[in-house]
Design a protein around this ligand. Structure first.
Ligand SMILES: [Zn+2]
Length: 232
């Protein structure tokens, strides 16, 4: 059943008009992370303080005794983890700096960086999404360091996410950085909101893809990419 009401948080900011509007359907509404314009007016230190207070309140409401030695540091730990680690990719100041190198070898074939470890969080439940990202591109004269591809994946994954959006954001970022449309991204991930709650399906994975340029228009390039990705 859907409940309709307006929730205000303790700062009087409207949280949601319709609870359960999206429910368990995991539908993304935009390729852009829905951020407010004033998202970064507050500094990280203040964000951590506020989240610590609010998370402590959630734990208190759940009935937990925050004077317990094991629990008393949790609100601060969670706040720091949110701001400095798992959601650090919301802030453009944390976007990895990427240097391009000239493709001296004139390698003009498909380059694939596969099995990139991926950790993200479902924006509908705030529980982990984890899996692998596979990226392919064809150089148009420039290449980037391989570890930078991992860093770009990590940056966009370090946000509350929807897997489709995450895939597109990585694809668009690489298209821009590499200056070529010939970019492919496949993400194969496991959603804790599907396995640990709700339908409790521990076996299903979600696969999403982004294909640009040659990968979109040339069946051969796409097949080659997918062959590399599936190689053991
Ligand atoms: Zn979810």
């Amino acid at each position: 059943m859907k409940r309709k009401e307006t929730l205000l948080n303790t700062m009087g900011i409207k949280i949601s008009d319709t609870i359960d509007e999206i429910g368990d359907e995991h539908i993304g509404t935009s390729p852009h992370t829905p951020l407010r314009e004033d998202a970064f007016e507050m500094d990280d230190k203040r964000k951590i303080e506020l989240i610590e207070n609010h998370f402590g309140e959630i734990m208190h409401i759940l009935g937990l005794d925050l004077t317990d030695d094991s629990l008393k540091g949790t609100p601060k730990r969670v706040a720091k983890m949110f701001v400095n680690e798992v959601f650090s990719g919301l802030d453009p100041k944390n976007k990895p700096a990427v240097k391009l190198f000239e493709n001296k070898y004139k390698y003009n074939e498909v380059l694939v960086e596969k099995d990139i470890t991926l950790f993200s969080h479902c924006e509908h439940h705030f529980v982990p999404i984890y899996g692998k990202a596979h990226v392919g591109y064809v150089s148009n004269g420039y290449v980037i360091g391989l570890s930078k591809i991992n860093r770009i994946v990590q940056y966009y994954a370090s946000r509350p996410q929807v897997q489709e959006r995450l895939t597109m954001q990585i694809g668009h970022a690489l298209t821009e950085i590499l200056g070529t449309e010939d970019v492919a991204v496949v993400i194969d991930a496991h959603h804790m909101c599907v396995s640990s709650r709700g339908v409790k399906d521990v076996n299903s994975n979600t696969v999403t893809s982004f294909y640009g340029g040659k990968f979109e228009n040339d069946e051969k390039a796409k097949t080659e990419f997918l062959q590399y990705v599936s190689m053991g």
